[in-house]
Ligand binder design. Sequence first.
Ligand code: PGA
Length: 252
Amino acid sequence: MRKKIVAGNWKCNTTVKEGVELAKSVNELVLTKGAKDVVVVLGTPFTHLTSVVDAVDANRINVASQNCAAEPKGAFTGEVSVSMIKSTGATYVIIGHSERREYYHETSETLNKKLALTLEQGLTPIYCCGEALAIREAGTQNAFVKKQLDETVFLLPKEQLLKVVIAYEPIWAIGTGKTASTQQAQDMLAYIRGLIAAKYSKEVAAEISILYGGSCSASNANELFSQPDIDGGLIGGASLKAADFLSIINAY
Ligand code: PGA
């Protein structure tokens, strides 16, 4: 059975102190009121990982980095390797977020290195894909997302793909308040699941958690999560408020 996952992506927000406070609030709310069958992940800045891991109940809250180095170690000033991330107690790594692809020019080749290192260290990649507005307007979003997946996660053998969480985040919906319609989100996630079924098998497709991201909020999560192929969300802005994040966790 595939998992329901609600993952927060704090992006470049909060000081360590603020992040720990936020993590503690989320922890408290999730332990007392959170839906038990939803996997909760907090994607924090690198600087916060250790403190946030220490602040939460490891049996209930998972911690993610938002990126990782594409090399295992060495002379790469400013980079943070997967083994460093692992040593903090974090268990997930967000890979290929559109902001990284766009502002830091991350290519499929780079993402493949990050995926390999993450899987090698036994951490769970949350692999992001999604199209820009011009592509959506041209109606070529399916081909675009297929290419992103073909060049990266679909090169993995079945056993490894089964360890990956996929997040579809249309760029035009990220941080804009303009969510994809429930139908647009469901259609794309069903399309991705269909691609997995065709390339691997129906059984593999049924096992992979596929998340929606892009202005997912306390007010629209319920409708989004009611769709058969939407297994949860990758949440940016709304993950910075513990009460909103809890409402999304409880939106199933
Ligand atoms: P948003 O961000 O929820 O603020 O749109 C989602 C994301 O980029 O992961």
